[in-house]
Structure formats: C-alpha cells, structure tokens
Design a protein around this ligand. Sequence first.
Ligand code: AKG
Ligand code: FE2
Length: 211
Amino acid sequence: MLVLCQNSPQFKVLQTQFDCLINSFIEDKVGLAEHFLSEALATQLKENLTTLYAGQQFHAAGIGNKDLHLNDKATRGDQIYWLDREHNNLPENDFFDLMDRFVSYLNSSCYTGITGYEFHYALYEKGSFYKRHLDQFRNDNSRAFSMIMYLNSDWQAKDGGELRVYHPDHVQTIAPLHGQCVFFKSAELEHEVLETQAPRMSITGWLKVGG
Ligand SMILES: O=C(O)CCC(=O)C(=O)O
Ligand SMILES: [Fe+2]
C-alpha cells in the first residue's frame, strides 16, 4: 500500500474529506462528503464498473448475507460485483488504499475498532429500486457502518434514484452524485433507494467489527 506522509498536500486533501464525513456523521447520524472520491478515481471506477457490467460479470443482488442468498426483485433490483484486491485491478486497488487510510483514520480518531470491510459495485437499471431496509442481517451483526459512494457523472434531478434515509423525526433525501460518500450506522437507520429513471452506479460496502 502507498504510504502518504501525514503532512503531504495529498494527505491534507484526504483528511478534509475524512473530517467532513466523520463530523457530519457525528452531528446528523448521516455522514456526507461531496468529494470523498476524487474526480479521477470516481471516473476510473465508473469505467471499470461499466466494462465489467458489459462483460456480464455482475449478478442479481440478494437480500440475505453471502451464505443465505435470496433473490427478490420486488425488494431490490440492483446487480452487483464484489471488489477484491486479488483482481489486481488498478482503480479497485486505489479504492482499497483509500479505504485503508479512512479506516485507520476513523479507528484512531473515534476508537471504532473496525477490523475489516467488504465492498461491491452496484448498478441499478432504469426502473430499479431497493425497498426500505436495515443493512444488518438477523444472523450476523458484524456490519458496523454502511458506506455508499456514487459514480454518476451527469446525474440530474429528473433521474430520481435518490437514497431516502428514515431518521426518527424526519426523512432525508440524498441524490447519488458523482464522488459523494454517505456513511451511517448499519444497525440504526432504515433507508431505501427510490426508483431510478437512468442507470445508477455506486460502490456500497460495510465496515465490520469482530472479524
Ligand atoms: O445505493 C444506495 O444509495 C443505497 C444502497 C443500499 O442501501 C444497500 O445496498 O444496502
Ligand atoms: Fe442498504
């Protein structure tokens, strides 16, 4: 992994985004950082996603965990592809480097004790959605935080596909804008993806404890 000096300009840019995500999470239970992925990285990841999708490497997402895989199109219609360092793909590995830095920053500043993570690309074709749900499974509470990063360079309001988050006293609506990251506790906040009118791309994942 590439090591960045804590005083380097590149680290300062990252730290600003990390702080933005963590501080908004502490204030509102939903962290938001508009430029968490740099323009260059978001664009490379989007190209990689598009190539893999065209090569039929994606499969319909399930509603159980990896061991209990249930397909239910009435609940969620996205297709996914699990990221893995073993793919030896440059943007995927740049993404994992970024996540390694974020996890160590989060653990050292907030004592979160994250010990692992898992991430997948997701593509929602026009007409797809993901009904209201929590990101924790009944037989597994290892998912501590949910993170979603969007890869939609020309997103417009008419495209729909917003993430809707259900707070106890209000509802928050977030457009899936290129490079933006959303961060919240997996066991705490129900959320849904509204029907999209255009292909909607993202990386979704979970920071895990106890692994
Ligand atoms: O893509 C999003 O905005 C949310 C996706 C989601 O809720 C999930 O995959 O569990
Ligand atoms: Fe979710």
